[in-house]
Design a binder for this molecule. Sequence first.
Ligand code: GLU
Length: 473
Amino acid sequence: MGAAPVVTRFAPSPTGFLHIGGARTALFNLLFARHHGGKFLLRIEDTDRARSTQAAVDAILDGMRWLGLDWDGEPVMQFERATRHAEVARSLLASGHAYKCFATAAELETMRAEQRAAKLPLRYDGRWRDRTDHPEGTPFVIRFRAPKDGSVTIADEVQGNVTVANAELDDMVLLRSDDTPTYMLAVVVDDHDMGVTHVIRGDDHLNNAFRQLALIRALEWAEPVYAHIPLIHGSDGAKLSKRHGALGVDAYRDELGMLPEAVDNYLLKLGWGHGDDEFIDREQAIEWFDLDGIGRGPARFDLKKLESVNGHYIRLADDARLVGLIAPRIARALDRPVTEADTALLHRGMAELKLRAKDLEELATSSLFYLRERPLPMDAGAQKLLDDPSALAVLMAVRTALDSVTWTTVEIETAVRHVAEAHGLKLGKVAQPLRAAVTGSATSPGLFEVLELLGRDESLGRIDDVVTNGPRQ
Ligand code: GLU
């Protein structure tokens, strides 16, 4: 018989967004499962009822869909499984691996205050572990009867062998007095019932793994393979937090204008490596992904790097798709809907426009000149070019020359070159004021192509605006 099929899972708590670190965890779980022809499951850990709104759950699903982190089957909702969790707690009670604890909150607070005063670690002292004088009708919690002696070693696929003495682990609560499970119990039961074979998650959960493993052993369930991945740190080395900027993947999409495949590729490389390979598509990633390639040190998030990866994927992306993606940004900037004619024009210009942009916002902004109404606003660079004393005379000459050309890139270029020659000027001296007049900027895609795409009337009109009225301030 072969090994059990691989089953991984991503188990986010709904916090209002899909955390960028969570997205990387999900990606690793997905790639590992796909690499082994197994399953990648999703479990929403929604037991914190105050935070787990439908909107918060949807934000996770939305982020995962955007990144193509396609899970198998229906998401498992942890809260719905509370009855099953309670049942397992009671089975542990029956088998002697758990016990009832009647200590009140006030009593436990006093216990902790004494431990604090004595500079002892704050741990439940096991006061109900061996008592049999159980009061009637008094609320109780169910605690795990954790092994007292020896130690637990986790053979972690990333961290190596990590050992904790059992004396350091106290008898944790499994079921609260209102019959709700604790996180530790729910995770263990759900992973088991979902058939999870590999637990791949952030190393902030390594400490929990010791307790979870002890519970799994008491239940005599199959032990999963653990792989605790180092968390993502900011470029300053501190753990990634709000102050480092965007934390939710939605911000990478909406605010930073990233493509999902760029975020995926960047996250993959953040903490996992395959030689010097920089750009790795999903198919290749599935083929190559393994737990050995995950580094032990914390990965540093580098926005500049992500931007350069994004620029690469923008250049690779299909033109029509890019037009669709920037359309809402353009509509916002122009404060009007994007028409079919606009779309057609952007589509024709896209092959050139996309060569220069590192994100969709930049791509949208650099496309605006095609669609703006005359007279065009001039940016500082264009203004400077048009302030040159010779600029207007040059533009007038160009205007005259262009009047009679057949409107193709080649003919336009020939005419502009003639003007330069006739005036004894370098091509740039003519092309730059012309660029300023028709694009409102000192940089743009290839000028002659821009003129061709804008069309004769629009191009000449834009030149006229500058020649007759001077550049608009
Ligand atoms: N719900 C936990 C979290 O969001 C993850 C639990 C786990 O992966 O075991 O951090």
